[in-house]
Write a protein that binds this ligand. Sequence first.
Ligand code: FEO
Length: 178
Amino acid sequence: MLDQRMQDAFNKQINWEFYSGYLYLSMASKFADTGMSGGQSWMTVQYQEELAHARIMFTYVLTRGGRVLLEAIEKPEADWPSGLAMFEEALAHEEGVTARIHDMASLALELKDHATYNFLQWFIAEQVEEEETAMDMVQKFKMAGEHPAGLYQLDKELATRVYAAPSPLVALDAAAGA
Ligand code: FEO
């Protein structure tokens, strides 16, 4: 059984993962509006990943006999001056997510909830990747600057990203026979 404090932390984080998805979907819309279909596609993949993160946590809470309570999702920003500004915000956002996941892991240790601590290790590793990817894109947008040819090439690169369901979600779906 999950401790109430741990359950509350999961409920908050599930909401934050949905908000993250909302934020990236908003960025996908902005990229579409500026004619960068690769950026749109990249952000749509990121949105899918965030929904997967929420679902993994959702299922974990239920598995531990907890209760998921969904809250209203905050309205995301809709406008950014450039692709660089979007990825800078994505990086800052992911750093914030990392801090939240680390706080959850600290709480799990405080509560001697080693199962949750173990569960959160996947997310801790995932956040290293999330931050690295965003940092990489910030650098690439800085290199491309305002040059149309550079941005065109970068957009082509962004278009190559494809969604792959995260491994914990694949395992959950397999267990459910999905
Ligand atoms: Fe769910 Fe981008 O962290």
